[in-house]
Write a protein that binds this ligand. Structure first.
Ligand code: AGP
Length: 615
């Protein structure tokens, strides 16, 4: 989704901005631009497509200036085209703006501005912001850029992250955040300051950051920052030290970030677990959840809200919490939740799962829960993100930056976080014996090693991908706790290879999807040695009887399965509750290798964005 980077200081702004935008490339975008102020004028370069196009343009026609803003755009209003790329300049060339979000009432505003004689140069909603500043706000604000911006945004409906510069004020920029259209981070340097929608963009320059809350406005110079609410109230500023190391975001020996991230999972899960389990007592240590025994015992329900892969993670977590903590868990899509007037009370905990912490649908579901007085928890990877900031308690994924748009290591980390949560709840609520807790803790301690062994399937998966990559439709079947893994396996394949794939609960196959099966339909069956194994074997037989090409994910040592399926990928035996984390590994690898063989852009699949900040 759209990314913003701003710089003000003594250095040349353009390379800092373009490099920063490069660190946000993983979010997905279709055009990019940069604007700097120099010699009393705003200078602009923009282009469609990859950032390399913008780089070439800047190289051919250089920009210089020590104050600037840049943007990567993911089209909402107006096609991907140079004229629609940000930054946008006002009609008289006085102001320039970058913006994330949607101006919901832009058409009304545009018509009003046009009636006043304003000529628009783009099809975007964003342009109304800069025209509003120039036409209506600035004169009334007596040359004060902050006041002009404040006034202009008072006309806007929707959620926004906005950064504005004025050619008359070459020593300041103004940033505003309203709602959940992505974050606005101020990075503090020595004699220079930065702005970014996401911290990786500026982490190379500073780790000291301030995150604007909703309805806050910041005026930034090279040596100062001043933050207020949009109602001109003072705010208490919290400077945070961000621990991420950008070096870990490099691709290293791998061809794609996705492949690297799949292979990181044995290590990243160790990081997720590290320091959070007392193996002797069988206790999960989650101080940032801020949960007391009294609160835990008063809980009557957990509602998990999430989108996409994070939603499937929630479906797995439901099994953990229900089994260990004996609490009813509902799992809902962030995009659906708030539209059905959900029943929530003070004894409901709403758990948001979001890798980015900025997914607007999930944030909106959290707002709904907050308004209804639920306890609000989040599982996030992106430290300092909005979901984390609005929660009463958080469990971080500790997976490190996930760059590939297709989520892999954050998926498994969020599952492990829910396992820890369930163990913690089970302990506080007294629903587990000490022996049970110790066993659950022991099982978790073995997980990174089991994941490492599952990764050894890669060569076999690659050979299988060579056989399968030409097929056009895939069916993924699973049961019980591995049904969500069928959904996730199918999602991974469609996201990055653009092959149609469906995940289904295996028992439902006979109620419809079985009609699809023929010799052109590979059927992926998660058939581990668990309580549902025999049921899965009979689903495999049903698929085979219709000519389907059956690929089984099976438990090492299972001798029967080879006689039932066409191909078998073996994973190490794993306790059932944790088996989804192991079973998903060959499915991630299969999606990856099929996509590579089809020549797809694995890390930045078409139409997708890493952080979905529009509704
Ligand atoms: C995952 O591969 C997808 N790209 C997508 O479904 C993602 O999981 C979803 O958009 C939710 O993102 P979040 O975890 O950052 O909230």
């Amino acid at each position: 989704m759209c990314g913003i980077v701003g710089y003000i200081g003594k250095q040349d702004a353009t390379p800092i901005i373009i490099d920063g935008l490069g660190r946000l490339e993983y979010r997905g975008y279709d055009s990019a631009g940069v604007a700097v102020i120099h010699d009393g004028h705003i200078h602009l370069r923009r282009d469609v497509g990859k950032l390399s196009n913008l780089r070439d343009k800047v190289q051919a026609d250089p920009l210089s200036g020590s104050i600037g803003i840049g943007h990567t755009r993911w089209a909402t209003h107006g096609a991907p085209a140079e004229r629609n790329a940000h930054p946008h300049i006002s009609m008289d060339g006085e102001f320039v703006v970058v913006h994330n979000g949607i101006v919901e009432n832009y058409l009304d505003l545009k018509h009003e501005l046009m009636a006043e004689g304003v000529k628009f140069q783009s099809d975007t909603d964003t342009e109304v912001i800069v025209q509003l500043i120039e036409r209506f706000a600035y004169n009334g604000a007596h040359g004060n850029l902050t006041e002009a911006t404040r006034k202009a945004v008072s006309y806007l409906r929707g959620a926004h992250a906005i950064v504005v510069m004025s050619r008359a004020k070459p020593d300041e920029m103004v940033a505003v955040r309203i709602g959940n259209a992505g974050g606005v981070a101020l990075g503090l340097g020595e004699g220079e300051n930065f702005i970014a929608s996401d911290i990786p963009a500026i982490l190379e320059h500073t780790r000291r950051m301030i995150f604007l809350e909703t309805r806050q406005i910041a005026t930034i110079t090279a040596d100062s920052y001043h933050i207020q609410t949009l109602d001109s109230q003072p705010v208490q500023v919290d400077i945070q030290d961000i621990p991420y190391d950008p070096v870990t975001a490099a691709k290293g020996e791998f061809k794609h970030f996705m492949q690297k991230e799949i292979f990181e999972q044995a290590r990243s899960l160790t990081d997720t677990i590290r320091g959070r389990i007392d193996f002797e007592c069988g206790e999960a240590l989650l101080p940032d959840l801020n949960l007391t025994v009294k609160q835990a015992q008063a809980l009557n329900r957990i509602v998990t809200v999430a989108c996409g892969t994070s939603y499937y993670s929630g479906l797995v977590g439901k099994f953990f919490i229900e089994q260990m903590a004996r609490l009813n868990v509902e799992v809902d899509y962030g995009s659906e939740y708030r539209y059905r007037d959900p029943i929530i009370d003070a004894n409901t905990a709403v758990l948001a799962i979001t890798q980015s912490g900025e997914t607007v649908d999930t944030l909106a579901a959290m707002e709904e829960a907050r308004a209804k007085h639920a306890t609000l928890w989040s599982i996030v990877n992106n430290i300092g993100s909005q979901a984390m900031r609005v929660s009463d308690g958080t469990i971080t994924m500790n997976a490190g930056p996930e760059i590939g748009v297709a989520s892999t290591k954050a998926f498994t980390a969020s599952i492990v976080d829910q396992y820890l949560l369930a163990l913690h709840l089970g302990s506080l609520r007294g629903t587990l014996t000490t022996e049970q807790r110790q066993q659950y803790a022991f099982d978790l301690g073995r997980l990174p090693d089991l994941v490492g062994r599952a990764l050894e399937t890669e060569a076999q998966v690659q050979a299988l991908a060579a056989l399968l990559h030409h097929y056009r439709d895939f069916l993924y079947l699973g049961r019980g706790i591995n049904y969500p893994i069928a959904l996730e396996g199918a999602l991974k394949l469609k996201e990055i290879s653009y092959i149609h794939a469906e995940g289904y609960p295996a028992g439902e196959m006979k109620h419809g999807p079985i009609a699809l099966i023929d010799d052109q339909m590979p059927v992926l069956c998660i058939a581990l040695k668990d309580a549902l194994y025999e049921k899965m074997i009979s689903q495999i037989e049903q698929a085979k009887a219709r000519g389907g090409i059956v690929i089984a994910i099976a438990t090492e040592g299972d001798t029967l399965i080879a006689s039932k399926a066409d191909h078998v990928l073996y994973v190490p035996e794993t306790p059932t509750l944790l088996s989804p984390v192991v079973a998903v590994i060959p499915l991630q690898l299969l999606a990856y290798h099929i996509a590579v063989l089809r020549g797809a852009d694995v890390d930045q699949p078409r139409n997708l964005a890493k952080s979905v900040t529009v509704e």
